[in-house]
Structure formats: structure tokens, C-alpha cells
Design a protein around this ligand. Structure first.
Ligand code: 5AD
Ligand code: SF4
Length: 548
């Protein structure tokens, strides 16, 4: 069973299946594997006892999860994964192509290794992830210091690639392209199937998921078929494939056994999850219901959500499944219907707001977060005003704002000139951030005086700064300083810790006295109760309460 009927969002001519107009493509699913217990999975990678690998990870949660797979597969082959780049003889860059800025950083960080490569001729540099797929073989010319490259779907082959690079080859492992796959006459996921199966096996074995202490990411889906006009992801991560529920649930169980109290299911549009087996059709609501039943799991959430695929059935999980956190990341991207149409988002501003209202009607406490892009081609002042208006109406608990960055190969880069000047993009970016901040600061006041549960991540950046410099961060003017923090509370007396509420709000509080001289990690990964004493736009300031 390969295909499950589902709405295709593409309507672009770039869709994998080349549907034109209002197409009805299928949502792809990987075949249901019989999952062996991880310890019984045979695996014979090439041995590489001398490799000391350091991984630099850019970009989204998917990449952090991939970093865990990279560490796992290399450790299995005998390599050591080291935290200090200076101690490494293999440097791996796990890259992001979503914006030009992210790519430029990688190119310049790799370029900066020139002197070290001359000093240490044995040093190997690998470029992994989305940039490898986006640039293809041209990459090796553009970045002559790169010794090998590997696309996101081929990470399970890393030991072989590294072994070849050690022999002096410059291997490049790419995923099939959608066009190439079509040209071969393959049914949709066959070209990706073998690599996906290897990744699935690796995913079950991997011990690290790239999330913080007490947390784990679990991949529910790979790829994306939405073809938002600005976005490179469908071009570099391949067609949308839902992973079998058995694999996802096994990984949730293992994460909890290893001590995670929070699990986040990941997909580029995870609410399109669809898997059919033995006559049963699984959607995300069904998957969440099964995951929520895993004993010991206290927090369950899912990232990220496409507004078009938000259903009343899914929204009901906020009400019906206690472990599901009251937090929903559902990017709007813009508030102007004309811009949304050009972005190929498939909804109007009014429809987006209806989805937000549906969520809040089912569960008023859900913190809805969004992403926005400013300066999309043709965005007028009136279009931007419409985005501000949407924000005033939806009142997000938080939002990421990005300046539009044209990406080669996308519809927007092909069809539209990048015609909003950078200065104007910057102004809109700041104006939107200011508005989001004002709204969040107002809404966060409702938390003052409340007791909330916090999953501790570790020392706050301010505490780390203080440890590094010996100065009190509260008195330090500069970029690292949180803008309103020092105005709200006196200097911290113990080690300041940070964590998140169930609704994903950031909380800082003084750790218990015995932590103030120690590592500060004693509470990391644990849930504690705090009382909120003050609130800013980005942060709640709280006091730790004794255990009940
Ligand atoms: N330019 C700017 N922002 C982008 N995003 C995706 N592609 C681009 C681009 N070309 C943003 C979207 C998405 C987030 C992950 O990155 O807002 O939700
Ligand atoms: Fe897919 Fe998200 Fe990119 Fe749209 S913005 S194409 S949903 S990854």
C-alpha cells in the first residue's frame, strides 16, 4: 500500500506528480516495517577508529534531529563525537537553505578554515543537509575546502562517505530530485524508499534527538508537498512521506524510557500526517492519541502546522488528551490575501483567523505562535498593514519574523522580482516584531501571580554570561542583555535557571541555593513549580516553589 488519498497543496506545476490546477495528488507514506528491537538491528558500517568528529548544526528542529542521527551512525562506526571543534579531525556542517543568510554563514565559516586545513592536512570537512541538495555537485566548486557532501536523505551513508573522503575521493551523495524521479518513471516514493528505510532504522537506534534536557524530537513525517512559493524545503527534502505509526510510537516509548518527559512530533506540515495500514487510516489526531497513552509522558506537542490542514478533529486533542500541551505553532506568513495568494498558501487572512478561533473555542488556553515573512515580492504598504491587522486580531503568544530571501529554484524566485528594498524590509520586520512584543507583553500579564509548571532547560543565558565574565548580566549593557529584564526584577542572587511552561512560554527563576555554586544542571530536564512574579514580552520572571 503506497498511496493514501489526501489533498495536495501544490497547484504549481512543480508538484511531484505535476498536477495542474486544483490537483488531487496523494499523500505518500512509507511502507509499514516490522520494527526489530534496536539492539537486534544488524549494522556493519566501515570501522573508523581515528575519526574525532565535531558537528555544527544550523537551522530548524529537523536539523537538530538529523544531528542526532549523524552522531549515532558515526559512533556506531567507531568514531568519537567531540564537543570541542579544535579537538576534531572531521568537521561536519549540518546546513540550512531556507534563507540566503543561513547559507552565507556556512560558506564563510567553512572558508575561515583555510589556514587550519593547511596546518592540518588530514582535517576533513563535510557539508551535510539541505545545502548539499540545494547546490548539488556545483557545491564542490563553490566550496573547495569541502571534502564530501551529503543530502538529508542519505545521512545513513555517512560512514562510507567519510571512508571515501579519507581515501582522497570527494564524494557527493544526493537525494533523487523530483524531476529526476519522474523522469525515471518511478512511482512517487520509490526513489526515496531505500534511503528512507535506512534512515528509519537509524532513527530507531539513535539515542540523541537534538532536543533539550528531558525533551525529545520524534519525526512523524519527511519532506513537504506544499510548495509555498518562497520556500526551498519541498525542493531539498523531497516529497511528503508519513512514517509508520509503529515506528513513531516506538521512538516515543524509547524517549520516555530514556527520561524524556516531553516529546515533540515533527513534520514540515505535521498536521497533514496520514498513514493507512490494515484498513485503518491514521491521522495526526490518532497518532497523538496513541502517543499520549505512553506511560510517563507528561508533555506532547507537534510542529509545525499548516493552517489549511487544521481540523476540528485535531483541535479536539487540546481538550481531550491531557499530555498534549496548549501550544500550537501555525504560521500565517502574511495578512494580505493578495500576498497569501502569491505565496501559494491556500487560505485567506479571514480563513486563517477562523482556524485560530476554532482552536481557541476548543481550548482557550492554547498559545498560538506564528511565522511571518515581510517584504515578499510586491508587498505594498497596504499589504503590510493587513499583516499588522491580522496580528492585532489573532494576538499571537509569539512569532518569528523573517525578511523575504529569494531562494533559487522556488516559484517566487522564478516568477517575481525581489522588489522590496532591504531598508524597507528591515523597517517592516522591526515594526512587526514590536507589535508582536507589545501584544505578548500585555497577554503575559495574566500570568503574574499564577503558579505554573516549568520544564527546566538549564542555566539561563544571563547566568552563563555571568559565569563566563564574572559580571552581573543584569548590569551589563549590550546585545546579550534581555531588554526589559533588568527593569523587572533585582539582580539574581543564586544561579538563574530557564525553562518553559506547558504553553511554551520562557520562564527564568533563581535555582535552589545548593545549585548556585554547582553546575546548575541538577534540575535540568525536570518539571518544577514556580510562581510568576513579573512578565515581559518574551519572558516570565518567577520564583521557585518547594516540591509538593
Ligand atoms: N525567506 C524568508 N523566510 C522564509 N521562510 C521560509 N522560506 C523563506 C524565505 N525564502 C520562513 C517561513 C517559515 C520559516 C521556517 O522560515 O516563515 O515558516
Ligand atoms: Fe512546506 Fe513549510 Fe516550506 Fe510551506 S513553508 S513549503 S509548508 S516547509
Amino acid at each position: 500500500m503506497i498511496d493514501v488519498a489526501g489533498a495536495c497543496f501544490a497547484r504549481t506545476g512543480l508538484c511531484y506528480m505535476q498536477h495542474a490546477g486544483a490537483c488531487k495528488a496523494r499523500t505518500l507514506q512509507a511502507p509499514s516495517p516490522r520494527l526489530p528491537r534496536p539492539s537486534r538491528i544488524p549494522y556493519n558500517p566501515p570501522a573508523m577508529s581515528n575519526a574525532r568528529v565535531h558537528i555544527v548544526c544550523y537551522g530548524c528542529q529537523m536539523n537538530r534531529l538529523d544531528a542526532g542521527l549523524v552522531a549515532e551512525v558515526l559512533r556506531e562506526s567507531g568514531a568519537e563525537v567531540v564537543a570541542d571543534p579544535a579537538a576534531a579531525n572531521v568537521l561536519l556542517f549540518l546546513t540550512c537553505s531556507v534563507r540566503a543568510h543561513a547559507e552565507n554563514r556556512v560558506f564563510s565559516n567553512i572558508g575561515a578554515l583555510a589556514a587550519r586545513k593547511t596546518r592540518e592536512p588530514g582535517l576533513l570537512v563535510g557539508l551535510l543537509g539541505c545545502m548539499a541538495q540545494q547546490h548539488g555537485p556545483d557545491l564542490m566548486q563553490r566550496a573547495p575546502l569541502v571534502d564530501f557532501a551529503c543530502a538529508p536523505g542519505r545521512l545513513a551513508e555517512l560512514p562510507d562517505l567519510l571512508a571515501r573522503a579519507e581515501r582522497g575521493e570527494r564524494p557527493v551523495a544526493l537525494d533523487p530530485t523530483r524531476a529526476g524521479d519522474r523522469a525515471e518513471g518511478y512511482p512517487p516514493w520509490r526513489a526515496f524508499g531505500t534511503a528512507d528505510a535506512a534512515l528509519d532504522r537509524l532513527e530507531v537506534r539513535a539515542a540523541e534527538t537534538g532536543a533539550g534536557p528531558g525533551q525529545a524530537y520524534v519525526r512523524a513525517m519527511r519532506g513537504c508537498d506544499n510548495f509555498c512559493a518562497y520556500c526551498v524545503v519541498p525542493h531539498v527534502r523531497g516529497p511528503e512521506r508519513s512514517r509508520p505509526p509503529a515506528a513513531v510510537l516506538e521512538e516515543v516509548r524509547r524517549a520516555v524510557e530514556r527520561g524524556a518527559c516531553q516529546v515533540t512530533l515533527l513534520g514540515q506540515a505535521v498536521n497533514k500526517y496520514r498513514f493507512e495500514e490494515e484498513g485503518r487510516a491514521w491521522d495526526l489526531a490518532a497518532l497523538l492519541e496513541a502517543a499520549a497513552a505512553v506511560r510517563g509522558l507528561s508533555r506532547l506537542d507537534f510542529l509545525t502546522n499548516h493552517p489549511r490542514a487544521m481540523t476540528a478533529r485535531l483541535v479536539a486533542v487540546f481538550r481531550n488528551l491531557p499530555p498534549v500541551c496548549p501550544y500550537l505553532h501555525m504560521p500565517a506568513q502574511a495578512g494580505s490575501d493578495a500576498v497569501l495568494r502569491r505565496m501559494n498558501r491556500g487560505y485567506t487572512a479571514a480563513e486563517y483567523l477562523e482556524r485560530v478561533a476554532m482552536v481557541r473555542q476548543a481550548a482557550p488556553q492554547v498559545a498560538v505562535h506564528s511565522d511571518f515573512i515581510v517584504g515578499f515580492p510586491g508587498e505594498t504598504e497596504a499589504d503590510f498593514e493587513a499583516t499588522l491587522d491580522l496580528v492585532r486580531r489573532m494576538r499571537p503568544a509569539g512569532a518569528f519574523v523573517f525578511k523575504y530571501s529569494p531562494r533559487p529554484g522556488t516559484l517566487a524566485a522564478r516568477d517575481f522580482a525581489d522588489d522590496v528594498p532591504l531598508k524597507e524590509k528591515r523597517r517592516r520586520n522591526q515594526a512587526l516584531l514590536d507589535l508582536v512584543g507589545r501584544i505578548a507583553a500585555e497577554d503575559n500579564q495574566a500570568f503574574v501571580g499564577r503558579e505554573v509548571e516549568v520544564l527546566v532547560e538549564g542555566p539561563s543565558p544571563q547566568a552563563r554570561l555571568r559565569a563566563a565574565t564574572g559580571r552581573s548580566p543584569w548590569r551589563t549593557a549590550g546585545a546579550e542583555r534581555s531588554p526589559s529584564a533588568s527593569d523587572l526584577l533585582p539582580p539574581a542572587s543564586g544561579l538563574q535557571l530557564r525553562g518553559r511552561t506547558r504553553c511554551h512560554r520562557l520562564v527564568v527563576f533563581d535555582g535552589p541555593p545548593e545549585d548556585s555554586t554547582g553546575s546548575g544542571h541538577a534540575l535540568a530536564g525536570r518539571e518544577v513549580r514556580v510562581r510568576v512574579e513579573a512578565a515581559g514580552a518574551l519572558t516570565l520572571f518567577a520564583a521557585l516553589l518547594p516540591d509538593k
